[in-house]
Structures are given as structure tokens and as C-alpha cells.
Design a protein. Structure first.
Length: 118
């Protein structure tokens, strides 16, 4: 199964997402900051990225810009509902955009679909 990096500054959200994905059979790594996310992407073979846009040390759009073309499929999972963020995320290479709150089951299904399409 794919290795997923969950990047979210909120400990509860990060923990719940990681546990949900692990139960679904994904190999999961977590990061609370852009710095931690960058390190994980460099050190491990991350294939899927779940990315909150608002992080303690910067904006997730910066990370999308940096990893564009690196073979990591990014899904933005955020509470930011503005269309401008959806459009910008897609233009920077995000393959999906999920707004909080969301159905964990639906998210797992979306990720499975992305993992098999890769």
C-alpha cells in the first residue's frame, strides 16, 4: 500500500487522520509543520500527501509549489472553503481538495483510488 504523509498542525486532526489511514492499510507518517513535511518527503518514499494549508510555520501552498513534479500526489484537506484556495491548490498540482469536516470513509476511498491510479 502507499506511504501517506499527513501534514496538519492540529494534533487531534493529525492523529485521527493517521489512525484512520493506518486502519485502512496505508503506511502513514505525520508532520506538524512545513519543515517536518519537507524532511519526511526527502527521507522517505512518500507517494501520497494529505496537506492542511494553514500550518504553524507557513502556508501549505508553498509546499505544493516545492514538490510539484516530484511524483507525490497531493490532496489538500483543509477548513478553508474559499474557491481561490481550491483553484490555487489545483494549479500547483494538488489532485484533490477536501474541506473539513469530511467523511473519513470517503477520504479513504479517494486515497485508495489515487493509490491504484499511480
Amino acid at each position: 500500500m502507499s506511504k501517506v504523509l499527513v501534514v496538519d498542525g492540529d494534533l487531534t486532526a493529525r492523529t485521527v487522520l493517521a489512525a484512520t489511514l493506518a486502519r485502512a492499510g496505508f503506511e502513514v507518517r505525520t508532520a506538524a509543520t512545513l519543515r517536518e513535511a519537507r524532511e519526511a518527503i526527502l527521507e522517505e518514499r512518500i507517494t501520497l500527501l494529505l496537506l492542511e494549508l494553514e500550518l504553524p510555520d507557513g502556508h501549505g501552498l508553498d509546499l505544493l509549489r516545492e514538490i510539484r513534479g516530484a511524483g507525490v500526489r497531493a490532496v489538500v484537506v483543509t477548513s478553508m472553503h474559499q474557491h481561490a484556495y481550491l483553484a490555487r491548490s489545483r494549479s500547483l498540482g494538488a489532485v484533490d481538495y477536501v474541506t473539513k469536516p469530511f467523511s473519513p470513509r470517503e477520504l479513504v476511498e479517494r486515497l485508495r483510488s489515487l493509490a491504484t491510479a499511480a
